[in-house]
Every structure is written in C-alpha cells, then in structure tokens.
Ligand binder design. Structure first.
Ligand code: ACM
Ligand code: ZN
Length: 514
C-alpha cells in the first residue's frame, strides 16, 4: 500500500483492503444541501462528473455514494470521521466545520489532479479504503497577513483563504492598518483611504535610505471586505481584523493630523521600521475616532476576536505632550506604560459590551493587562507564558518559530530579499506551542498558534507564496497534532509526495532542500 500523505496528519488512520472509485454515477447524499453542493463543487471541475446532491435516504444499502451524516457523539465541532470502502464513503461530523475539514481530507486523498480547475480526463479517481478519525489539538490555527506594507488583490486574498482551508487553518488574521498604508474603507472618515492609503514611494529592499520614486497604495472597499469575510466563512475560516493602536498609525495621522500629539507634518511612511508618531492618548477625539472606526469594523467582521495591535508604540511623543501628561495625572497613572495600558483598556470594555473580545500583541502586558484581554505572544513565548499563568487566553506566535517573513536558507544571498533572520522549515516544525513554564491548570489558556507574514520584503503574491509554503504546512501540522506525534523525517517524506498538490493548486512554494 502506498504512503498516504495528508496535511495536517490526521489523529488516526486505519488502512483497509480495496478502494472506492469516484465515477460518473457517484452521488452525494446530504441533509444540508448547501454542504453537499460545496463538496460537489470541489469535485466536479476536474472529474466532469455530475455528482448530484440528494437528500439523505437509504444510507445502509446504497452504493456508490458519498454520505454526509450528522453525528453528535464526536469530540468537537471541528472533528470528523471518514470511512471509505469499495461501496461508499461515509463522512460524519457534528457541525459544518467538521464536514469542511472532511472535504479537504477527501480532496487530498484523491489524485492531485482533483485540485485543478480544468477537467482532467483518463484519471482513476480512486480513494484507498480506510477509516480516519480526526480532530484538532488547538482551536486557534492561524495565518496572519500584513497588507499595510504591501497590498494583495481580493482575488489573491481568496486564494490565500482557500489554502488556509486546505490545510485546516481556521483563522485569517488580517493586518489592515499600518504606518505605510491604511487599507480598509471607513465611511465616516474618507480621508483614511483618500490620503492614508497612499505613500509617495517605497524604500528599496536592500537599503532603507534609498527609494524607488514610485507612488504606492490601495485599499479594500467595504464591499470587497464583506465578500472576503463571507468567502472565508463558507470555508470554515474566521477573519480576525487588526486595527493598530496606539502605534503603527502614521497613515491615519496623515489623514487626520489632529489625532497625533504634534498635530501636523505627518506623511504616510515610505520606509520600514517603527515611527515615533502615534495617537495622542490625551485627546478625547482620538477615542471617538477609534470607536467610530471599530463600529464599522464590527459591522464587517462577525469574529469573536478583534485585534487592536498594541505593539511597538514608542513613548517619546507622549512624554512631551501636555495633553498626554494631563491624562496621566487625571487618571492617577504612574508613567507612559500605564498610559498605554489605560489606552488599550478603553477598548477592552467597549468591545466586551458589544459581545466581542480584545486581542493584542504582547506589549499590552506592559503597564498592566486589560482585564479581558487575550495576548498574542510574538517577542518569544515569555509574554504568552506570563499572560496564561495570570489566567488570560493566549495565541502563540513567537518569532522563533512563526515569522514566515524570515529567510528559509542560511545563505541569505541565495534567496529573494527577506527580513534578515533565519527560520528554516525544520525549526517551524519544532514549534513549542505550550511551553513547560505554563502551569498545568493554565495550559488550556493557550488557544493555539499562528504564522505571521509581514510584507516589508514581500511585494508580490508569488513572493508571498514562496515565503508561506511549505513552512505554513509545518505549522498546520503542529497546530493540528499533539507534540508527541511529531516526526520531522516522516513529515518530509510525506511532504515530497504532497508537492504535486501544490503544483496543481498553482502555489509558488519554495522547493525542498536536497
Ligand atoms: C510585530 O511583529 N511587530 C507584532
Ligand atoms: Zn498626546
């Protein structure tokens, strides 16, 4: 029997003799017709088979069918069970998400041509007889994408979401605002995109002090965003938006200078790095503005979590600003770190009142964590350990294992420009999601992990795919499975067998070493 290369590897697979063959007479049986159609739409283009979707009827004696069976006794809403025999395929789950995961497994079990958009004739559409029982180890399995430094068209965002779903990621963290560009249409503040979405030029990848002289910019309309969010939801992916505060906000300040401490002379940033100009914490209009912005964001994104950034906010301006200093006095705060904490707390309660939860980068720990905040630990795992031990939920995304904008080879000159640090595939596969330093009764606070794609050095979608794959596949596997099941050698062997899938999906992945 040939090796079955599924990514992420299922919790259990039992191989049996024989196989199921999908043919022109195969039918899909489903209680939920929409789900049945979803599966049919995955299988029709390449096979050209009609694959009619029929209501569930006689499921015991029927042959040559794919039965979708709702079953309540599974471990979690994301769990599924798949049984393939020469007669039929039975896919059971307790929720649409479980079925969607099962669909991806079915697609990976068929010959890779199934993933093509064009009809592929003369293929034996065979699925080995087997029984798979599967469920994820972690509930947050994410990929992040920065569209502030470089932008990617909505069609590519959808392709990216398809790839997330293919590897059973369930969270797309969409980093929508930056010093270098504001990318989300906000109806109440049109200058955010009229002015804030465009920069005069961009520094060169090899030298931050040299510029290309070409204007750059763009943004997503609310209509495009709604389409992306709906597209993701159909595929079991939640889109978590990020609106950065108080730092990484120079594009917004350029559009509305009165929101900064200096109040004038801002310019959408043209080079990478961290900007000193951030929102003024002493100006009440800043909070009115941000709450208006979040008001529109909540209309667009139904996600439980809303990301407010919080990273890399220099306190230089706040130290010299009379309004910020007055705020520190009036609120009885000790220093600028506590002022940042106070700033973030305004949104913790505001989001909570609206049934949402605040998540932010680990700097939100400095000066005291807001009561209901969830922490995204990126400067290593220490912030996540501290937050989890204090009873806060955490998403782990330490640079050490999760920064997919780092180089994939030790010899940087052999690779396209990237952030000058090294993160090979092997290291991603070693990702410690739940460090030992977290008390046993606090381990459940680790919701999961995520790979981050910052795009300073990633101007095109081809380049983005090169950085994301195959490393994202390693991440998908470690977030789906418990650590004791890892075996890098076996992973690599399976991955070699899986590359035709990436080829058929048209993914510009980095070739494996040797
Ligand atoms: C970050 O990488 N600045 C969160
Ligand atoms: Zn100020």
């Amino acid at each position: 029997m040939s090796e079955i290369s599924l990514f992420p590897r299922p919790q259990s697979i039992e191989r049996n003799e024989g196989s199921f063959i999908l043919n022109a007479d195969t039918a899909i049986r489903a209680q939920d017709e929409r789900l049945g159609e979803m599966l049919a739409n995955y299988l029709r283009p390449a096979t050209g088979f009609p694959l009619p979707v029929e209501p569930t009827g006689d499921t015991v004696n029927s042959r040559n069918v794919i039965n979708l069976v709702e079953e309540q006794d599974l471990d979690s809403p994301e769990a599924y069970r798949l049984t393939a025999s020469s007669d039929k395929i039975v896919l059971s789950a307790s929720s649409p998400t479980g079925f969607l995961h099962g669909f991806q497994t079915l697609r990976q079990l068929l010959p890779p041509q199934i993933l093509g958009e064009e009809r592929a004739d003369g293929i034996d559409w065979r699925i080995p007889a087997l029984r798979i029982s599967d469920a994820p180890a972690f509930g947050w399995r994410g990929l992040h994408l920065d569209v502030g430094r470089h932008m990617f068209p909505p069609a590519f965002i959808k392709k990216f979401i398809d790839l997330l779903a293919f590897y059973k990621f369930n969270t797309f963290h969409w980093h929508l605002t930056e010093d270098q560009g504001w990318r989300i249409e906000i109806k109440k503040y049109p200058r955010l995109t009229e002015i804030g979405a465009f920069r005069e030029e961009t520094c060169l990848p090899t030298n931050r002090r040299k510029f290309d002289g070409k204007p750059y910019g763009g943004y997503y309309t609310q209509k495009q965003i709604r389409e992306v969010v709906a597209y993701a939801a159909e595929r079991g992916v939640t889109v978590v938006p990020e609106i950065e505060l108080p730092g990484h906000s120079l594009a917004a300040l350029t559009a509305y200078p009165e929101l900064g401490c200096r109040g004038k002379d801002y310019q959408v940033r043209t080079s990478w790095g961290i900007d000193d100009d951030i929102y003024c914490a002493g100006n009440d209009d800043v909070f009115t503005f941000l709450k208006d912005v979040f008001g529109e964001v909540l209309e667009l994104f139904p996600s439980e979590f809303i990301h407010v950034g919080g990273d890399e906010a220099p306190k230089k301006r706040w130290k010299r600003c009379p309004a910020c200093q007055a705020r520190i006095k009036v609120e009885g705060l000790k220093n600028e770190d506590e002022l940042q904490s106070w700033f973030v707390r305004q949104f913790d309660s505001w989001l909570g009142d609206r049934g949402r939860r605040l998540i932010g980068w680990d700097e939100i720990l400095e000066g005291g964590l807001a009561p209901n905040a969830t922490v995204m630990s990126w400067r290593g795992s220490d912030g996540g350990i501290e937050a989890a031990n204090a009873g806060h939920d955490v998403v782990m995304t330490p640079t050490t294992y999760c920064y997919l904008d780092y180089y994939q080879a030790e010899d940087f000159a052999s690779e396209p420009p990237a952030l000058p640090r090294y993160l090979p595939l092997r290291k991603v596969y070693q990702f410690v999601v739940v460090p030992d330093e977290i008390a046993d009764d606090k381990k459940e606070h680790i919701l999961g992990g995520q790979g981050n794609l910052w795009t300073e050095y990633i101007p095109t979608s081809d380049h983005l795919e090169y950085m994301a794959f195959p490393r994202a596949i390693a991440l998908a596997e470690v977030l789906w499975n418990h650590p004791q099941r890892r075996d890098y050698g076996a992973f690599l062997t399976r991955l070699k067998g899986h590359l035709p899938c990436l080829d058929t999906l048209g993914v510009n992945y980095r070739p494996l070493d040797d």
